[in-house]
Write a protein that binds this ligand. Sequence first.
Ligand SMILES: C[S@@+](CC[C@H](N)C(=O)[O-])C[C@H]1O[C@@H](n2cnc3c(N)ncnc32)[C@H](O)[C@@H]1O
Length: 234
Amino acid sequence: MNAAFFTVHSDLPREAPGDEVSLSWALRLADVGERARILAAGCGPGADLQVLSRLRPGASLTGLDLHAPFIDRIRAEQPHVQAVVGDMLRPEGQFDFIWSAGAAYGPGVSNVLSAWRQHLAPGGAVAFSDCLWRVPRPSPAARAFWERDYPGMMDLPNHLARVEGAGYRVLGARWLGVAAWDAYYGPLAQRVEALRPNADADLIEVLDDTQAEIELWKAHGGDYGYYLTVAVPA
Ligand SMILES: C[S@@+](CC[C@H](N)C(=O)[O-])C[C@H]1O[C@@H](n2cnc3c(N)ncnc32)[C@H](O)[C@@H]1O
């Protein structure tokens, strides 16, 4: 990723759709205890860690991300979190709950689910969101965008099959709602607007691309969505 991309994406509250309602739902469904050991894998700038701190103040929280500036920011803003630069395929330790918002697609959902099994304590659960097709025939515009950004994007039946294929049983699942998208795209749209007047050619390219992504969601957001899956080892 280039410097212009990081100019657009630095210091945003979050880097994927998500909201407190869905995280809270997942915690309840997975029966995550007050003193649970929780890993936020691919935690980005740490918005969900803030929510986890509020919802489970007695928990032991670890934030893990490959991108060091995100981890530096979490260390500065959330000193009670153990913030680690590293690969979610190789977390260190045992956890009662592994949470991952819109990040498992990078290393691959099946890969991370397989890797996480040995890091789940007895009775532990995983909860992760991933972008899926919601309709059998998405619009050409949505197809073109996602084939570029997430070529292996699945539909729901194939997603559920891969979760089971990785050795998990689904406890429950739901589509993220509009509020979750707004939490990501709202600040991002404001950033695009603020940067545009003084942007150079490289930055304009990223701004146009980002704006097109947001417009695509407004026009064809029913074709795809983030699906939050809560699962336990089978
Ligand atoms: C789309 S962002 C979502 C970030 C965050 N979950 C949020 O909602 O703001 C995906 C994040 O996963 C991280 N990531 C990608 N592959 C990773 C890996 N193998 N191990 C750890 N983090 C990874 C990226 O650096 C990025 O911060």
